[in-house]
Design a protein around this ligand. Sequence first.
Ligand code: ZN
Length: 338
Amino acid sequence: MGFYRCDVPAATCSAEPIVEWEETSCLLCGGGQWSLLLEAPDVTPGGAGLWFPVVQCHDCGLCFTNPRPTPESIGRFYPSDYAPYQTPPQRRKASRRPQFLARYRSRYRVARQQLQWHGQGRLLDFGCGGGSFLQRMHGQGWHVTGVDFSEPTVQRVREELGLQVFSGSLPHPALDPASFDVITMWQSLEHLHDPLTVLREARRLLAPGGRLIVAVPNIDSLPFRWFGHAWYSLDLPRHLIHFAPWTLQLMLQRAGFRVGPIHMVRHSHWLRGSARLACQQSAQAYHRCTKATGARRRRALALMVARRRPCYALQLRGRANRGWSTPLASVGAAYCSR
Ligand SMILES: [Zn+2]
C-alpha cells in the first residue's frame, strides 16, 4: 500500500517541486488500525501518474487519504485553474454547462442561493474560493466574510469583488469569538488536515444560537460503488477525508454541534464527470490489454467492458441522475446549531 508513480517521464519529475508525505491516525477517533479501501489517481494534468490510497478506520469507519501530502506541500496539487478558485466572471466564461440543467435545482442549491436569514445576518464562508457565494449573499444584504487557503485567490476576491476575505484557516487572528450568526462550509471540510480543530473553532466563532452548514461528498453513495476509483468526488489527493453521513454526523457531534437532518443531494455534474473519468481509464485499460495475452487479456477485456457499459449509457443519455433520488446522492449537507 502506498502512493506511487507510474509511466511518468523523468524530465517531468525533475521539474516538479518536492512533495513531503505524512501518515496520520484516524481524524475522527484517533485510531491506528485501518484497511485499504481503494487506490485512485490524481486526475488533474499536474498530478499525472500519481496514485493515492484511501483507507477506512477499523474503529469508527471514517475513510481518509493516507499517507497524504503535508500541509506545507498540498498546495502543489492545486492547479492554477482549479475551478473553485475562479472568480464569478471567470467561472461563467469557463463553464460549458448547458443552461437547461439550471432548472434542476436541488434543496442544496436553493440553500446556497437563498440562505435563510438568521440573527444579524453575519456570515462566514469557510473555503470561499473565488467568492461567488459571498458575492451573492452580499447582494442579499448579508454581512459577509470569507476565509480561504489560497493567497492569490483571496487577493483577487478582495480586488475584484471588494469583499472582506482572509487567507489561511481557522483559528484566524482576525476573527473574534461569537461574531457570526451563520458559518458555511461548501465542499471544504474534506480538504482539511485537521477538521476537528477547524470545526471546534467554527463553533467558538458562532454567536449563541448560531448555525453551521456543511456540505461534503458522500462516499456511501451509489455513484461511488459504480465508479470506484473513477468517482469524480474522490479528487485525490486534495480530498483528505471521505465522509459518509454517519461519519460526518459523528465528527460534527465530537466538535460540539447539535446536528440536525442531513440532506442527501444529487449532483448531475459529478455523475457526468465520473462517467468521463471511467471512460478515459477504460481507454487506458484497453491500451494495456492489447499488449497482454491469455487469461490476463481476457480479464482486462471483461473489466473494460463492465466499466464502459454504464458509463457510455450515462454519457449518451446526457441526463445523469435526473429524476432519481437519495441512493444517487453525491453530497451530504448537514445543518447544525451551536
Ligand atoms: Zn476512526
